[in-house]
Write a protein that binds this ligand. Sequence first.
Ligand code: HXC
Length: 510
Amino acid sequence: MMTKNTFEKFEEINKIAELGGGEAGIEKQKKAGKQTARERIEMLLDAGTFVEIDKFVLHNSTNYNMDKNRIPGDGVVTGHGKIDNRLVYVYAYDFTVYGGSLSRTNANKIVKIQKLSLKNGAPIIALNDSGGARIQEGVMALSGYSEIFYHNIKASGVVPQLSAILGPCAGGACYSPALTDFIFMVKEKSYMFVTGPDVVKAVTHEEVSKEELGGAATHSSKSGVAHFMGESEEDTLMMIRELLSFLPSNNMEDAPIVPTSDDIRRESEKLQTLIPQDPNMPYDIKELIEEVVDDKYFFEVMGSFAPNIVIGFARMGGKTVGIVANQPAFLAGVLDIDASDKAARFIRLCDCFDIPIITFEDVPGFLPGCDQEHHGIIRHGAKIVYAYVEATVPKITVITRKAYGGAYIVMSSKESGSDVNFAYPSAEIAVMGAQGAVNILYRNSKDDEKQTALDEYNELFSNPYRAAELGYIDEIILPKDTRFKLIQALEMTQNKTETNPPKKHGNMPL
Ligand code: HXC
């Protein structure tokens, strides 16, 4: 029979575990403007749903008198709970315990819930705040990372994996997030780098701050490592909740349906005039997207990186769709290396989780120049078409204006496997723009001959009719009808079954 003493002992260990690195560590954490691991989990999950696992696990290292300081839980809080009443697994590094560093023992805790998430088909969320491998443990800590990465990769495409960076994320700690589907960072509070400013200075003689080297702004706009940047921890965690609302729990389920009162037949007069008559005038493709989707709500992903292409989630008739759109308001929507990488990865994400893809196309072509060629625009640009062709989810394309050259092909053209291809009457579908074509074909002609050739080319190609005559465009539609036309196409393709030929895996250009 239990005595009072056994309960007291349990309460005592429980209290020690919940204090992590202790009052002083918590105070330091707060001073740095950060929440504790447990507070973060509370904020993230539906109230009262968190179930902690392995709360009393202790490390077993004896180096550097480590056996004298063993804190129950060992610096990572792991378990499961609910978000919008759906099961999720979660783990949070506790920076107050050895700087949230990874030990062999707390790696075992993480691996345990990685396995549970895979076996039970529910998303896994990592809240990172860590100095990397626990230095005192040497190779044991490295082996912990190896095993976490192994499970990240095995779970890729099976369950959504999300990583929030809420403090430092140094060295080995970077690569688990990098292997997950989405990375969230907090403005001016989090940073990720493989080697910190001191090592950078010693090796390359560059002087750089932590923020500049690997802060949220850097990774959201320059490196493309991070997908979202929150204003605060709370804002960041709320974004995770929202993103999950667009995703299924695993690759065998559908994303949740969110009923809407937005009429599926809603027409938009605004769309009739959004696209300027002058093909050289920009417009904001996000305005077009918002006019079309449920409740005019578009959840953009990687908004600050490669803004010449726009990606994100929305709903049509209550169902999640992934959107890929050229952005004429930035660099005329041209495709470059970063835009190619950004789009290709998102297309694959949608395909993993059975989310139909809608493509809005207005693209003058690939960006010319030595910089792009020498950094491999051929290899990177190839990823977009590879990802589209490989994707077996419903694919619907709307050409709003320019669809020139290779860019026409790679942006989900009919012949590269798109299911439904629409064009607005303003579409221009050709090998290149009129001026460029005339400069090549009539290089040695007089100006008046060139003008005649220009008019002739415009007549021939600066419209969607030639492509429609050939069946490359299924239907020419009025912009105001886009929403209903897309929903009809989504309904028509919702039971689509397509499989790729049997193979171990393809060899995507990387
Ligand atoms: C053990 C660590 C630690 C680590 C920090 N601590 N990092 N303990 N192993 N990796 C401890 C500190 O000793 C300190 O203990 C406490 O955590 C808080 O750290 P501070 O330095 O006081 O905090 P702060 O000033 O905020 O700096 C945070 C930091 C810094 C930038 C993360 O601690 C740091 O640079 N840590 C080392 C980062 C690193 O190089 N990690 C190894 C990467 S290599 P006390 O007792 O003083 O409170 C790696 C290999 C794997 O990860 C590669 C696989 C691909």
